[in-house]
Write a protein that binds this ligand. Structure first.
Ligand SMILES: [Zn+2]
Length: 95
């Protein structure tokens, strides 16, 4: 009896990348479902203090002591993000 397992017989184990945060997972899901725009914000980026409005990425409130980032689009649309969510959105839309 041969107990050696040949490499091609081993199925890869499906696994979520462990380095993803909850916000990154939410942002990627929204991009996949088309509920978050993915075109580049060539209208510019503005950094302000938290506006107490929901983040367009993770949907959590942008608290007053948070850094809030605005992605402005040529069509006048504006997305609000936590700094980390903006980073995740930029990264997710770049690929
Ligand atoms: Zn956020």
């Amino acid at each position: 009896m041969n107990l050696k397992v040949r490499r091609r017989d081993v199925m890869p184990t499906p696994q979520l990348p462990t380095e993803l945060t909850d916000a990154e997972i939410v942002i990627q899901a929204k991009l996949a479902h088309g509920t978050l725009r993915h075109d580049p914000c060539i209208g510019g980026v503005v950094v302000v203090r938290g506006s107490q409005l929901p983040c367009n990425g993770c949907e959590h409130i942008l608290e007053a002591d948070d850094i809030e980032m605005h992605a402005r689009f040529p069509d006048g649309d504006l997305l609000r993000f936590h700094a980390r969510c903006f980073g995740a959105w930029c990264y997710a839309t770049r690929s």
